[in-house]
Design a protein around this ligand. Structure first.
Ligand SMILES: C[S@@+](CC[C@H](N)C(=O)[O-])C[C@H]1O[C@@H](n2cnc3c(N)ncnc32)[C@H](O)[C@@H]1O
Length: 297
């Protein structure tokens, strides 16, 4: 949930409330990990009756529409067909169930009922990467990797993964239209990454290097810090991997098995946002960090 909220914030710049984010801007969520729908809200209410009254009050009129009910669990007391019928009766114009000209969505949340045009739907493209030929025990989950890439960069922007491992973040970033570059010091691993990327028809921008010695500048970075058994990391190495991100990237998403607030502060970063993703004994701490301006004089 926390990572989903972080991704929603990264897409819209607005704070989510539970599973919904109300944003003044429309965004394409087709490449999203957790963000599933973008709806242009035209009518709202505290319950079905209020929303239907608002649909009439604002004069919603569409020719050839279909209604789709989007309600996260727990499901409301009305069936989808009851809601669909009530909305269809309140809209001016004829419905068209097959090949509709417009899809109207009804979004039901804890905060209320909303109705409007469905603008964009997440395509769950991260599922493709799960069928890649090569896997790795320390790899990040595919969906999580997509959310991390989306948090660090937007389509068309550049992204660096300086410890790319088997390349899960790279795959997801590239598939989302982000111009991603992968670095790892492990040469044999990079050959497997190349095969994974080729399998998915994605470009290979891979460099074998020590991430502590990189130069250049990228819009975003995703650094998944190395750690050993018992989730213990080498703090000195972490410090050396994090420090160069100050000049390498405008914003960095840093993943570690423990919170890094102090280390980031010492290294000259401001922690803009954070999220936790638990998985058994492991809790992945995700930090969105931006370089703090240095004071002169
Ligand atoms: C936790 S794994 C990354 C896993 C990756 N996110 C994935 O999903 O496959 C950490 C990676 O950091 C790499 N690494 C460790 N120290 C490095 C360094 N100094 N320079 C570049 N890569 C390094 C390791 O080879 C390893 O592949």
């Amino acid at each position: 949930m926390e990572l989903a909220q972080l991704e929603a914030w990264a897409f819209t710049g607005s704070e989510p409330a539970g599973r919904v984010v109300r944003s003044p801007i429309a965004v394409s969520v087709s490449h999203g990990a957790y963000l599933r729908y973008c709806v242009d809200i035209e009518a709202r209410g505290r319950d079905l009756d209020e929303m239907i009254a608002d649909c009439r009050a604002v004069g919603m009129a569409y020719e050839g529409f279909r209604v789709r009910v989007l309600a996260p669990p727990p499901r409301p007391q009305f069936s989808d067909s009851e809601v669909t019928l009530a909305v269809a009766n309140a809209i001016e114009g004829r419905p068209r169930l097959v090949d509709p000209l417009v899809t109207l969505a009804v979004v039901i949340t804890d905060c209320g009922w909303y109705c409007g045009r469905l603008l964009s739907v997440g395509q769950n493209r991260w599922r493709r990467g799960m069928h890649r030929p090569h896997h790795f025990s320390s790899a990040l989950p595919q969906r999580m990797s997509r959310a991390l890439a989306n948090t660090a960069a937007s389509p068309g922007e550049t992204l660096l993964d300086p410890c790319c491992g088997i390349g899960t973040v790279l795959m997801e970033a590239l598939d989302a239209g982000i111009v991603a570059f992968g670095v790892d010091q492990n040469g044999p691993m990079l050959r497997l990454v190349a095969e994974n990327l080729e399998y998915l028809g994605l470009p290979r921008r891979l460099v074998r290097a020590d991430a502590r010695q990189l130069t250049g500048h990228f819009d975003g970075a995703v650094l998944d810090l190395p750690y050993g058994r018992n989730l213990v990391g080498n703090l000195a190495l972490w410090r050396e991997l994090i420090a160069p991100l100050r000049h390498l990237a405008t914003r960095s998403v840093i993943v570690a098995p423990r919170p890094l607030d102090e280390l980031l502060e010492e290294s000259g970063f401001r922690l803009a946002k954070s999220a936790r993703v638990p998985k058994g004994a492991l809790v992945r701490h995700i930090h969105l960090a931006v370089p703090r301006p240095r004071h002169v004089g």
